[in-house]
Design a protein around this ligand. Structure first.
Ligand SMILES: *Cc1c(COP(=O)(O)O)cnc(C)c1O
Length: 463
Protein backbone atom coordinates (compact mmCIF):
# COMPACT_ATOMS: atom_id res chain seq x y z
CA UNK A 1 0.00 0.00 0.00
CA UNK A 2 1.21 3.49 -0.88
CA UNK A 3 0.42 6.57 1.19
CA UNK A 4 -0.51 10.00 -0.14
CA UNK A 5 -0.89 13.37 1.55
CA UNK A 6 -4.28 15.00 2.18
CA UNK A 7 -2.82 18.12 0.54
CA UNK A 8 -1.61 16.29 -2.54
CA UNK A 9 1.76 18.01 -2.94
CA UNK A 10 4.21 15.20 -2.11
CA UNK A 11 4.86 11.93 -3.95
CA UNK A 12 3.30 8.72 -2.61
CA UNK A 13 5.49 6.82 -0.13
CA UNK A 14 5.53 3.34 1.40
CA UNK A 15 4.09 2.21 4.74
CA UNK A 16 7.33 2.29 6.73
CA UNK A 17 8.19 5.80 5.50
CA UNK A 18 4.69 7.07 6.26
CA UNK A 19 4.96 5.70 9.80
CA UNK A 20 8.40 7.16 10.44
CA UNK A 21 7.65 10.55 8.83
CA UNK A 22 4.48 11.52 10.70
CA UNK A 23 3.48 14.83 9.11
CA UNK A 24 3.91 15.13 5.32
CA UNK A 25 6.23 17.90 4.07
CA UNK A 26 3.32 19.76 2.45
CA UNK A 27 1.75 20.03 5.91
CA UNK A 28 -0.84 17.33 5.17
CA UNK A 29 -1.50 13.95 6.78
CA UNK A 30 -0.79 10.58 5.21
CA UNK A 31 -3.69 8.43 4.09
CA UNK A 32 -3.69 5.19 2.09
CA UNK A 33 -3.90 5.60 -1.66
CA UNK A 34 -7.15 3.63 -1.55
CA UNK A 35 -9.13 2.06 1.25
CA UNK A 36 -9.51 -1.69 0.78
CA UNK A 37 -13.06 -3.07 0.42
CA UNK A 38 -13.27 -6.13 2.69
CA UNK A 39 -17.00 -6.91 2.42
CA UNK A 40 -16.29 -10.26 0.79
CA UNK A 41 -14.35 -11.35 3.91
CA UNK A 42 -16.73 -10.30 6.67
CA UNK A 43 -18.40 -13.71 7.01
CA UNK A 44 -15.05 -15.46 7.34
CA UNK A 45 -13.70 -12.92 9.85
CA UNK A 46 -16.65 -13.07 12.26
CA UNK A 47 -15.18 -15.75 14.46
CA UNK A 48 -11.50 -14.80 14.33
CA UNK A 49 -9.64 -14.20 17.58
CA UNK A 50 -8.44 -10.63 18.08
CA UNK A 51 -4.86 -11.26 16.93
CA UNK A 52 -5.86 -13.05 13.72
CA UNK A 53 -8.39 -10.37 12.89
CA UNK A 54 -5.75 -7.69 13.54
CA UNK A 55 -3.44 -9.47 11.11
CA UNK A 56 -6.09 -9.69 8.37
CA UNK A 57 -6.87 -5.98 8.67
CA UNK A 58 -3.35 -4.64 9.11
CA UNK A 59 -1.75 -6.67 6.35
CA UNK A 60 -3.89 -4.71 3.90
CA UNK A 61 -2.19 -1.50 5.02
CA UNK A 62 1.28 -2.55 6.16
CA UNK A 63 3.75 -4.01 3.68
CA UNK A 64 5.69 -6.18 6.11
CA UNK A 65 6.61 -9.85 5.77
CA UNK A 66 3.78 -12.00 7.17
CA UNK A 67 5.89 -13.51 9.93
CA UNK A 68 7.13 -10.13 11.13
CA UNK A 69 3.70 -8.48 11.17
CA UNK A 70 2.19 -11.43 13.01
CA UNK A 71 4.99 -11.33 15.59
CA UNK A 72 4.53 -7.58 16.16
CA UNK A 73 0.79 -8.05 16.66
CA UNK A 74 1.13 -11.11 18.90
CA UNK A 75 3.69 -9.44 21.15
CA UNK A 76 1.61 -6.26 21.41
CA UNK A 77 -1.39 -8.28 22.52
CA UNK A 78 0.53 -9.95 25.34
CA UNK A 79 0.63 -6.56 27.15
CA UNK A 80 -3.15 -6.69 27.62
CA UNK A 81 -4.60 -8.27 30.71
CA UNK A 82 -7.78 -9.54 29.04
CA UNK A 83 -7.67 -12.55 26.68
CA UNK A 84 -10.05 -10.76 24.25
CA UNK A 85 -7.86 -7.58 24.37
CA UNK A 86 -10.99 -5.41 24.06
CA UNK A 87 -14.02 -7.26 25.54
CA UNK A 88 -17.56 -6.04 24.88
CA UNK A 89 -19.79 -5.94 27.97
CA UNK A 90 -23.60 -5.88 27.55
CA UNK A 91 -25.17 -3.21 29.76
CA UNK A 92 -28.92 -2.68 29.26
CA UNK A 93 -29.47 -1.05 25.85
CA UNK A 94 -25.75 -0.55 25.37
CA UNK A 95 -22.68 -2.64 24.68
CA UNK A 96 -19.56 -1.24 26.32
CA UNK A 97 -16.35 -1.82 24.37
CA UNK A 98 -13.69 -1.87 27.09
CA UNK A 99 -10.46 -0.51 25.62
CA UNK A 100 -8.65 -0.05 28.91
CA UNK A 101 -7.05 -3.42 29.61
CA UNK A 102 -3.58 -2.31 28.51
CA UNK A 103 -0.62 -1.35 30.71
CA UNK A 104 -1.72 2.27 31.38
CA UNK A 105 -5.47 1.58 31.52
CA UNK A 106 -6.39 3.80 28.56
CA UNK A 107 -7.35 3.03 24.97
CA UNK A 108 -4.19 4.68 23.66
CA UNK A 109 -2.33 1.53 24.73
CA UNK A 110 -3.97 -0.41 21.89
CA UNK A 111 -2.14 1.68 19.31
CA UNK A 112 1.02 2.56 21.24
CA UNK A 113 1.90 -0.98 22.30
CA UNK A 114 1.97 -1.78 18.60
CA UNK A 115 3.65 1.44 17.48
CA UNK A 116 6.58 1.11 19.93
CA UNK A 117 7.32 -2.37 18.62
CA UNK A 118 6.87 -1.27 15.00
CA UNK A 119 9.36 1.59 15.48
CA UNK A 120 11.87 -0.80 17.03
CA UNK A 121 11.44 -3.16 14.07
CA UNK A 122 11.85 -0.44 11.41
CA UNK A 123 14.87 1.06 13.19
CA UNK A 124 16.56 -2.32 13.36
CA UNK A 125 16.05 -2.84 9.61
CA UNK A 126 17.76 0.44 8.79
CA UNK A 127 20.25 0.42 11.68
CA UNK A 128 18.97 3.76 13.01
CA UNK A 129 18.22 5.34 16.39
CA UNK A 130 15.27 7.48 17.39
CA UNK A 131 14.70 9.99 20.18
CA UNK A 132 11.00 10.51 20.67
CA UNK A 133 9.86 13.84 22.04
CA UNK A 134 6.28 14.35 23.20
CA UNK A 135 4.25 16.85 25.18
CA UNK A 136 1.35 15.53 27.22
CA UNK A 137 -1.54 16.86 29.24
CA UNK A 138 -1.79 13.45 30.92
CA UNK A 139 -2.86 10.23 29.21
CA UNK A 140 -0.79 10.19 26.05
CA UNK A 141 2.48 10.51 27.95
CA UNK A 142 2.10 7.38 30.03
CA UNK A 143 0.80 5.30 27.11
CA UNK A 144 3.69 6.46 24.91
CA UNK A 145 6.20 5.68 27.66
CA UNK A 146 4.68 2.22 28.13
CA UNK A 147 5.02 1.61 24.39
CA UNK A 148 8.68 2.63 24.22
CA UNK A 149 10.18 1.64 27.60
CA UNK A 150 12.91 -0.94 27.36
CA UNK A 151 12.90 -0.94 23.54
CA UNK A 152 16.21 -0.89 21.72
CA UNK A 153 17.42 2.04 19.60
CA UNK A 154 14.85 4.39 21.12
CA UNK A 155 14.61 6.89 23.94
CA UNK A 156 11.51 8.81 24.92
CA UNK A 157 11.36 12.32 26.39
CA UNK A 158 8.01 13.44 27.75
CA UNK A 159 7.23 17.02 28.79
CA UNK A 160 4.24 17.74 30.99
CA UNK A 161 3.06 20.89 32.80
CA UNK A 162 4.30 20.94 36.40
CA UNK A 163 1.42 20.64 38.88
CA UNK A 164 -1.22 20.42 36.16
CA UNK A 165 -1.53 16.69 35.57
CA UNK A 166 -3.28 14.47 38.10
CA UNK A 167 -1.12 12.78 40.77
CA UNK A 168 -1.97 9.37 39.26
CA UNK A 169 -0.95 10.50 35.79
CA UNK A 170 2.30 11.93 37.12
CA UNK A 171 3.13 8.72 38.97
CA UNK A 172 2.33 6.64 35.86
CA UNK A 173 4.98 8.61 33.95
CA UNK A 174 7.66 9.19 36.58
CA UNK A 175 7.89 5.80 38.28
CA UNK A 176 9.04 3.98 35.13
CA UNK A 177 12.59 2.79 35.87
CA UNK A 178 13.82 2.05 32.32
CA UNK A 179 16.98 3.82 31.21
CA UNK A 180 15.47 5.01 27.92
CA UNK A 181 12.65 6.98 29.60
CA UNK A 182 13.00 10.66 30.60
CA UNK A 183 10.26 12.88 31.97
CA UNK A 184 10.46 16.61 32.54
CA UNK A 185 7.94 18.67 34.46
CA UNK A 186 7.89 22.06 32.74
CA UNK A 187 7.19 25.21 34.75
CA UNK A 188 4.35 26.30 32.48
CA UNK A 189 1.12 25.15 30.83
CA UNK A 190 0.45 22.27 28.44
CA UNK A 191 0.47 24.82 25.61
CA UNK A 192 3.98 25.88 26.66
CA UNK A 193 5.09 22.24 26.50
CA UNK A 194 3.56 21.84 23.07
CA UNK A 195 5.11 25.06 21.79
CA UNK A 196 8.55 23.88 22.94
CA UNK A 197 8.09 20.55 21.16
CA UNK A 198 7.01 22.31 17.95
CA UNK A 199 9.96 24.71 18.15
CA UNK A 200 12.44 21.85 18.51
CA UNK A 201 10.85 19.94 15.61
CA UNK A 202 11.10 23.04 13.41
CA UNK A 203 14.83 23.30 14.14
CA UNK A 204 15.75 20.94 11.31
CA UNK A 205 19.47 20.85 12.13
CA UNK A 206 18.75 19.83 15.72
CA UNK A 207 16.05 17.43 14.60
CA UNK A 208 18.43 15.61 12.26
CA UNK A 209 21.39 15.68 14.64
CA UNK A 210 19.53 14.00 17.50
CA UNK A 211 17.19 11.91 15.27
CA UNK A 212 14.03 13.38 16.75
CA UNK A 213 10.80 11.42 16.32
CA UNK A 214 7.14 11.69 17.31
CA UNK A 215 4.40 9.29 18.39
CA UNK A 216 1.47 11.71 18.17
CA UNK A 217 -2.03 10.77 17.21
CA UNK A 218 -1.61 11.64 13.53
CA UNK A 219 0.62 8.60 13.05
CA UNK A 220 -0.99 6.29 10.51
CA UNK A 221 0.00 3.13 12.37
CA UNK A 222 -1.99 4.28 15.40
CA UNK A 223 -5.17 4.64 13.36
CA UNK A 224 -4.62 1.35 11.58
CA UNK A 225 -4.36 -0.55 14.87
CA UNK A 226 -7.54 1.08 16.15
CA UNK A 227 -9.61 -0.06 13.17
CA UNK A 228 -9.32 -3.61 14.50
CA UNK A 229 -11.51 -3.20 17.57
CA UNK A 230 -14.38 -1.72 15.55
CA UNK A 231 -14.55 -4.92 13.53
CA UNK A 232 -14.02 -7.10 16.58
CA UNK A 233 -16.77 -5.41 18.61
CA UNK A 234 -19.25 -5.28 15.71
CA UNK A 235 -18.84 -9.02 15.12
CA UNK A 236 -19.37 -9.84 18.81
CA UNK A 237 -22.47 -7.64 19.10
CA UNK A 238 -24.03 -8.80 15.79
CA UNK A 239 -23.58 -12.36 17.00
CA UNK A 240 -25.05 -11.56 20.42
CA UNK A 241 -28.11 -9.64 19.14
CA UNK A 242 -28.79 -11.28 15.78
CA UNK A 243 -28.79 -7.86 14.08
CA UNK A 244 -26.79 -7.15 10.94
CA UNK A 245 -25.81 -3.52 11.59
CA UNK A 246 -24.44 -1.65 14.61
CA UNK A 247 -23.81 1.91 15.81
CA UNK A 248 -20.80 3.24 17.66
CA UNK A 249 -20.51 6.14 20.08
CA UNK A 250 -17.01 7.53 20.44
CA UNK A 251 -15.81 10.05 23.05
CA UNK A 252 -13.72 12.32 20.86
CA UNK A 253 -10.77 14.70 21.21
CA UNK A 254 -8.31 14.66 18.32
CA UNK A 255 -10.65 12.74 16.00
CA UNK A 256 -8.24 9.76 15.91
CA UNK A 257 -10.37 7.08 17.47
CA UNK A 258 -13.56 7.96 15.60
CA UNK A 259 -11.64 8.30 12.34
CA UNK A 260 -10.60 4.66 12.78
CA UNK A 261 -14.33 3.87 13.00
CA UNK A 262 -14.90 5.85 9.82
CA UNK A 263 -12.21 3.79 8.10
CA UNK A 264 -13.88 0.57 9.29
CA UNK A 265 -17.12 1.81 7.70
CA UNK A 266 -15.36 2.72 4.45
CA UNK A 267 -13.82 -0.75 4.40
CA UNK A 268 -17.34 -2.18 4.45
CA UNK A 269 -18.18 -2.87 8.11
CA UNK A 270 -21.97 -2.48 8.48
CA UNK A 271 -22.07 0.63 10.68
CA UNK A 272 -25.39 2.49 10.68
CA UNK A 273 -24.24 5.52 12.65
CA UNK A 274 -21.04 6.88 14.10
CA UNK A 275 -21.98 9.04 17.07
CA UNK A 276 -19.39 11.64 17.98
CA UNK A 277 -19.43 12.71 21.63
CA UNK A 278 -17.68 15.78 23.01
CA UNK A 279 -17.55 17.53 26.37
CA UNK A 280 -17.86 21.33 26.71
CA UNK A 281 -15.12 21.61 24.07
CA UNK A 282 -17.62 20.89 21.34
CA UNK A 283 -16.04 22.24 18.14
CA UNK A 284 -16.45 18.84 16.46
CA UNK A 285 -20.05 18.17 17.45
CA UNK A 286 -20.97 21.69 16.30
CA UNK A 287 -19.28 20.97 12.98
CA UNK A 288 -21.25 17.80 12.31
CA UNK A 289 -24.51 19.49 13.24
CA UNK A 290 -24.01 22.86 11.50
CA UNK A 291 -21.17 22.51 8.98
CA UNK A 292 -19.17 25.25 10.74
CA UNK A 293 -15.77 24.37 12.21
CA UNK A 294 -14.74 27.29 14.38
CA UNK A 295 -11.84 27.49 16.79
CA UNK A 296 -12.73 28.42 20.38
CA UNK A 297 -11.05 28.55 23.77
CA UNK A 298 -10.20 25.33 25.62
CA UNK A 299 -12.28 24.75 28.77
CA UNK A 300 -10.77 22.34 31.33
CA UNK A 301 -13.21 19.51 32.17
CA UNK A 302 -13.40 16.16 33.98
CA UNK A 303 -12.43 14.45 30.70
CA UNK A 304 -9.09 16.17 30.01
CA UNK A 305 -8.11 13.98 27.04
CA UNK A 306 -11.04 15.53 25.17
CA UNK A 307 -10.19 19.14 26.08
CA UNK A 308 -9.16 19.92 22.54
CA UNK A 309 -10.24 22.65 20.14
CA UNK A 310 -8.26 21.88 17.01
CA UNK A 311 -8.48 18.15 16.30
CA UNK A 312 -5.27 16.97 14.70
CA UNK A 313 -6.81 14.10 12.68
CA UNK A 314 -9.80 16.04 11.41
CA UNK A 315 -8.08 16.92 8.14
CA UNK A 316 -8.18 13.24 7.19
CA UNK A 317 -11.98 13.29 7.38
CA UNK A 318 -12.09 16.56 5.43
CA UNK A 319 -10.21 14.85 2.63
CA UNK A 320 -13.05 12.35 2.15
CA UNK A 321 -15.64 15.05 2.80
CA UNK A 322 -14.06 16.96 -0.12
CA UNK A 323 -14.57 14.00 -2.43
CA UNK A 324 -10.83 13.15 -2.15
CA UNK A 325 -9.88 16.46 -3.74
CA UNK A 326 -6.68 17.80 -2.10
CA UNK A 327 -7.23 21.29 -3.57
CA UNK A 328 -10.42 21.69 -1.59
CA UNK A 329 -8.67 20.44 1.55
CA UNK A 330 -5.97 23.09 1.04
CA UNK A 331 -8.61 25.80 0.57
CA UNK A 332 -10.45 24.76 3.72
CA UNK A 333 -7.29 24.51 5.81
CA UNK A 334 -6.03 27.86 4.51
CA UNK A 335 -9.31 29.49 5.42
CA UNK A 336 -9.20 27.88 8.88
CA UNK A 337 -5.64 29.03 9.44
CA UNK A 338 -6.32 32.63 8.46
CA UNK A 339 -9.86 33.14 9.85
CA UNK A 340 -10.18 30.43 12.55
CA UNK A 341 -13.20 29.02 10.74
CA UNK A 342 -14.18 26.77 7.85
CA UNK A 343 -17.59 25.85 6.45
CA UNK A 344 -18.86 22.72 4.76
CA UNK A 345 -22.24 22.55 3.04
CA UNK A 346 -24.97 20.78 5.04
CA UNK A 347 -27.34 18.23 3.52
CA UNK A 348 -30.99 19.19 2.97
CA UNK A 349 -32.06 17.29 6.13
CA UNK A 350 -29.37 19.07 8.20
CA UNK A 351 -25.96 17.89 9.31
CA UNK A 352 -22.83 17.37 7.26
CA UNK A 353 -22.78 13.61 6.77
CA UNK A 354 -25.62 11.08 7.14
CA UNK A 355 -23.23 8.57 8.75
CA UNK A 356 -22.42 10.88 11.64
CA UNK A 357 -24.53 12.01 14.56
CA UNK A 358 -23.03 14.26 17.22
CA UNK A 359 -23.76 15.63 20.65
CA UNK A 360 -22.04 16.80 23.80
CA UNK A 361 -22.25 16.31 27.56
CA UNK A 362 -21.34 19.04 30.03
CA UNK A 363 -19.93 18.34 33.49
CA UNK A 364 -23.29 17.81 35.28
CA UNK A 365 -24.43 15.45 32.49
CA UNK A 366 -21.17 13.52 32.69
CA UNK A 367 -21.42 13.11 36.47
CA UNK A 368 -25.09 12.11 36.17
CA UNK A 369 -24.20 9.45 33.59
CA UNK A 370 -21.55 7.98 35.91
CA UNK A 371 -23.98 7.98 38.83
CA UNK A 372 -26.89 6.50 36.85
CA UNK A 373 -24.82 3.67 35.40
CA UNK A 374 -23.40 2.85 38.81
CA UNK A 375 -26.76 2.89 40.55
CA UNK A 376 -28.65 0.94 37.89
CA UNK A 377 -26.01 -1.60 36.88
CA UNK A 378 -23.17 -1.39 39.38
CA UNK A 379 -20.82 -0.43 36.53
CA UNK A 380 -18.31 2.42 36.82
CA UNK A 381 -17.64 4.59 33.76
CA UNK A 382 -14.65 6.91 33.61
CA UNK A 383 -15.60 10.51 32.71
CA UNK A 384 -14.57 10.19 29.03
CA UNK A 385 -16.66 7.06 28.54
CA UNK A 386 -19.51 8.71 30.47
CA UNK A 387 -19.61 11.59 27.97
CA UNK A 388 -20.11 8.96 25.27
CA UNK A 389 -22.80 7.08 27.18
CA UNK A 390 -24.72 10.30 27.81
CA UNK A 391 -24.68 11.26 24.12
CA UNK A 392 -25.48 7.70 22.98
CA UNK A 393 -28.88 7.82 24.74
CA UNK A 394 -30.13 10.29 22.11
CA UNK A 395 -29.30 8.02 19.19
CA UNK A 396 -30.61 4.58 20.13
CA UNK A 397 -32.35 2.40 17.55
CA UNK A 398 -33.56 -1.13 18.39
CA UNK A 399 -32.54 -2.36 14.92
CA UNK A 400 -28.95 -1.15 15.28
CA UNK A 401 -27.42 -2.03 18.67
CA UNK A 402 -25.24 0.70 20.17
CA UNK A 403 -21.60 0.05 21.06
CA UNK A 404 -20.11 2.69 23.37
CA UNK A 405 -16.33 2.95 23.47
CA UNK A 406 -14.97 2.98 27.04
CA UNK A 407 -11.63 4.71 26.64
CA UNK A 408 -10.18 4.69 30.16
CA UNK A 409 -10.45 2.71 33.39
CA UNK A 410 -12.38 4.67 36.06
CA UNK A 411 -9.51 4.35 38.56
CA UNK A 412 -7.50 6.83 36.45
CA UNK A 413 -10.08 9.48 37.33
CA UNK A 414 -10.84 8.69 40.94
CA UNK A 415 -11.78 12.28 41.82
CA UNK A 416 -14.58 12.37 39.24
CA UNK A 417 -15.89 9.03 40.48
CA UNK A 418 -15.85 10.38 44.03
CA UNK A 419 -17.74 13.50 42.88
CA UNK A 420 -20.31 11.45 40.97
CA UNK A 421 -21.02 8.72 43.52
CA UNK A 422 -19.90 10.32 46.77
CA UNK A 423 -17.72 7.28 47.39
CA UNK A 424 -14.11 6.26 46.93
CA UNK A 425 -14.86 3.37 44.56
CA UNK A 426 -12.33 3.65 41.78
CA UNK A 427 -9.21 1.63 42.35
CA UNK A 428 -6.96 -0.58 40.31
CA UNK A 429 -4.09 -2.64 41.74
CA UNK A 430 -1.74 -1.41 38.98
CA UNK A 431 -2.30 2.20 40.03
CA UNK A 432 -2.32 1.55 43.77
CA UNK A 433 1.04 -0.18 43.41
CA UNK A 434 2.61 2.99 41.99
CA UNK A 435 2.27 4.72 45.36
CA UNK A 436 5.28 2.88 46.73
CA UNK A 437 7.64 3.37 43.77
CA UNK A 438 10.40 5.98 43.59
CA UNK A 439 9.68 8.97 41.33
CA UNK A 440 12.19 10.08 38.66
CA UNK A 441 11.67 13.48 37.14
CA UNK A 442 13.45 16.70 36.27
CA UNK A 443 11.89 20.15 36.63
CA UNK A 444 12.72 22.51 33.76
CA UNK A 445 11.85 26.14 33.03
CA UNK A 446 9.43 26.66 30.11
CA UNK A 447 12.11 27.40 27.52
CA UNK A 448 13.17 25.50 24.44
CA UNK A 449 16.82 26.17 25.38
CA UNK A 450 16.40 24.27 28.64
CA UNK A 451 14.67 21.33 26.96
CA UNK A 452 17.23 21.24 24.15
CA UNK A 453 20.04 21.11 26.72
CA UNK A 454 18.22 18.39 28.67
CA UNK A 455 17.92 16.18 25.56
CA UNK A 456 21.52 16.80 24.51
CA UNK A 457 22.82 15.94 27.95
CA UNK A 458 20.87 12.67 28.19
CA UNK A 459 21.62 11.61 24.62
CA UNK A 460 25.29 12.61 24.91
CA UNK A 461 25.68 10.75 28.19
CA UNK A 462 24.49 7.55 26.56
CA UNK A 463 26.67 7.73 23.44
C1 LIG B 1 -7.11 10.34 23.94
C2 LIG B 1 -8.37 9.99 24.64
C3 LIG B 1 -9.64 10.25 24.06
C4 LIG B 1 -9.81 10.96 22.73
O1 LIG B 1 -9.38 10.21 21.63
P1 LIG B 1 -9.08 10.91 20.21
O2 LIG B 1 -8.49 9.86 19.37
O3 LIG B 1 -8.12 12.03 20.52
O4 LIG B 1 -10.39 11.42 19.71
C5 LIG B 1 -10.77 9.85 24.76
N1 LIG B 1 -10.67 9.26 25.98
C6 LIG B 1 -9.48 9.01 26.56
C7 LIG B 1 -9.45 8.36 27.89
C8 LIG B 1 -8.29 9.35 25.91
O5 LIG B 1 -7.11 9.10 26.51
Amino acid sequence: MKYISTRGAVPAIGFQDAVMTGLARDGGLFIPERIPDVRAHLAAWKTLAYGNLAYEIMRRYADLPERDLRALIDRSITSFRHPDVSPVVPLGDLHILELFHGPTLAFKDVALQFLGRLFEYVLAQSDRQLNILAATSGDTGSAAIAGVRGRRRMRIFVLYPLGRVSPIQERQMTTVPDENVFTAAVEGSFDDCQTIVKTLFRDLAFRDRVALGAVNSINWARLMSQVVYYFYAAFRVMERTGKDRVRFTVPTGNFGDIFAGYLAWRMGLPVGRLVLATNENDILSRFFNTGVYRRGRVTPTLSPSMDIQVASNFERYLYYCAGEDPRRVCEWMDRFRTTGELRVECRPGGGVDPLFAAGSADTPACLAAIRAMYESRGYLLDPHSAVGVHVAQSFLDPEEPMICLATAHPAKFDRAIQDATGRDLAHHPLLDALNDLPVRRTVLPASDQAVRAFLEEKIGAAN
